[in-house]
Design a protein. Structure first.
Length: 169
């Protein structure tokens, strides 16, 4: 009889735990950003502008890798990109605001390593920064990112700020 009571309590606790599900994440395993446009900010010194495209896939829940390309009139940067997302920030935002669904936001840090092509010469370059993505629905979203950039042969220790659409599948 004692084992039956313990079994019943265990079943009831598991049902209660399953009933308290968290909202599903708005972002799928694969993310592609396109026409992400790094812009030059007014009165903020020289920043990198151009057109950026990224294609990332998840290798774990919060870790994403893929290709990144930044095309500028003076150079092209092609490399590998790593994103680390922090769902705890989305959960916190969801819990502190009655009006904002924090699960539609994705916060993270990013780092890229690649090659800076300048006409006939090439150099190793890198980028690192932070991003925020907002999911409009389960497929489309928009993102903003700010990154420190080191593009030898073009510009050392500069930055880029980008905004643009993305889609998930």
């Amino acid at each position: 009889m004692h084992h039956l009571r313990n079994f019943t309590v265990a079943i009831l606790l598991s049902v209660v735990a399953c009933a308290q599900s968290t909202p599903p994440p708005a972002f799928s395993d694969t993310t592609i950003t396109f026409n992400l446009s790094p812009i030059t900010l007014p009165h903020a010194g020289q920043s990198v502008s151009g057109a950026e495209t990224d294609a990332l896939i998840s290798f774990t829940t919060n870790n994403h890798i893929g290709m990144t390309t930044l095309i500028n009139p003076g150079f092209t940067f092609v490399g590998e990109r790593y994103n680390r997302t922090f769902p705890s920030i989305s959960n916190w935002l969801n819990n502190v605001s009655a009006n904002i669904n924090g699960m539609q936001f994705q916060f993270g840090l990013t780092q890229s390593l690649g090659v800076v092509h300048l006409g006939s010469t090439s150099h190793w370059g890198e980028r690192a920064g932070a991003f925020v993505n907002y999911s409009i629905n389960n497929t489309w979203g928009v993102g903003v990112e700010a990154q420190w950039c080191n593009f030898p042969g073009y510009q050392h220790n500069t930055y880029s700020v980008a905004f643009g659409p993305n889609f998930h599948f």
